[in-house]
Ligand binder design. Structure first.
Ligand SMILES: [Zn+2]
Length: 388
């Protein structure tokens, strides 16, 4: 019975795959009193953050000593017992301490590497925008369509989709006057049925992406409209007097416009990456982390904000679905023909014309094919390492 074997194979594959962390984000609708309470919690968290930072800074500046997380965490109980801190959840306090710890570890590693160190800075209350409850069920819990938070109460949540998997942590965020809850969830791998389809993806400037089969994915229509809107909002800010009430208002509008574009872009990236992962068994992209290699790469890294997160979205979806995903060396993908001949082009030349084999096609289409070709060696490596 082939179907049984298939199911068995699928189960084996699933067992071999590791669990993943993904984040679900939902809008919160707190009441006015809850907003006040949330704001207090955030500013208390900020106060704690700055106090911990102060202690470490003093220790470092005066005695060249480093205070570690455990030393600071052991003082927490006492501080709270004195009533000096009204951050309601104990684990959330520990999380603040861990954030400080992280910034200091990063600082010391920069010092060690003799890089420009940049001492960790104090944070402003207006910019301290998130609070993490590091273990679900401890001070935070979903009860039907409400989120219960210690020190706040039951907050209305818009659960526009179900949370699948085991919730590990909850982070409450403030963004441009709106509130969100981010659930970090451990989800099991869910391999898709095998597919022999392979695709190379070239992210470009003219089209959003071009596939090795010639499909062009256009930049969505909202893109231009959003650019114009952002420019207008930006102009409004610059025209208004510094420190004025009207300028503050304009800044908030600009922030909202940015947030809106960010959400639209994320939505678009999610849809395209899902479509690619569902349709192809092997997906190849350029490794944009290797910066400044080929000509034309510069322009791409300038536009990087979009590409990096888009490729990451493909990566984790591919991993969860048991697809092969490769980041190939981007060096000269736009300057090479599928036959291997070198075909130098400037950024403006949109057409590929190979003197060696006569191939004449859209430049990005050829790049996408070259990207796919570069996985050939890699797939052999991958399968031999599995066999070995
Ligand atoms: Zn050629």
């Amino acid at each position: 019975m082939p179907s049984l074997t298939k199911t068995f194979e699928w189960l084996l594959k699933r067992l071999a795959m590791s669990e993943q962390r993904i984040t679900y984000r939902y809008r919160l609708f707190p009441t006015r009193t809850q907003v006040e309470a949330l704001t207090v919690q955030l500013s208390e968290a900020c106060r704690l953050y700055n106090a911990c930072l102060q202690e470490r800074r003093d220790a470092w500046r005066i005695n060249r000593e480093s205070v570690n997380y455990y030393t600071q965490a052991s003082q927490l109980k006492e501080i709270r017992a004195h009533g000096d801190l009204s951050l309601a959840n104990f684990s959330a306090c520990q999380d603040v301490l861990r954030r400080v710890d992280k910034t200091f570890k990063a600082f010391f590693s920069r010092v060690q590497k003799k890089q420009k160190a940049g001492f960790p800075r104090f944070k402003s209350h207006t910019r301290f925008d998130s609070l993490t409850f590091p273990s679900y069920g401890d001070g935070c819990k979903l009860i039907q369509s409400k989120l219960r938070l210690q020190g706040i109460g039951l907050i209305k949540v818009k659960l526009h989709r179900g949370v699948e998997g085991k919730i590990k942590t909850v982070t409450v965020k403030r963004e441009c006057g709106k509130w969100y809850a981010c659930f970090s969830v451990e989800c099991e791998a869910w391999p898709l049925p095998d597919s022999l389809e392979r695709v190379g993806v070239d992210v470009g400037l003219s089209a959003f992406a071009t596939l090795s089969d010639g499909t062009e994915i256009e930049n969505p229509r909202w893109y231009r409209a959003a650019q114009a809107k952002l420019r207008r909002a930006q102009r409004k800010v610059t025209r208004r007097q510094k420190g004025s009430h009207r300028r503050r208002k304009a800044i908030q509008l600009l922030q909202r416009a940015h947030a809106h574009v960010k959400q639209q872009r994320a939505d678009f990236h999610h849809k395209i990456s899902r479509w690619l992962v569902n349709g192809y068994g092997l997906i190849a992209v350029e490794d944009l982390n290797i910066k400044g290699l080929a000509s034309g790469m510069l322009a791409k890294s300038v536009n990087d904000a979009g590409w990096g997160t888009f490729l990451d979205k493909i990566a984790y979806k591919a991993e969860n679905a048991g697809r092969q995903f490769f980041r190939v060396n981007p060096n000269g993908t736009s300057q090479t023909c599928t036959c291997g001949a070198s075909t130098p082009k400037t950024l403006r030349q949109r057409w590929h014309h190979c003197l060696s084999c006569g191939l004449s096609a859209n430049r990005d289409h050829v790049s996408a094919q070259v990207i796919l070709q570069r996985t050939v060696g890699l797939t052999v490596q991958a399968s031999s390492s599995i066999a070995g």
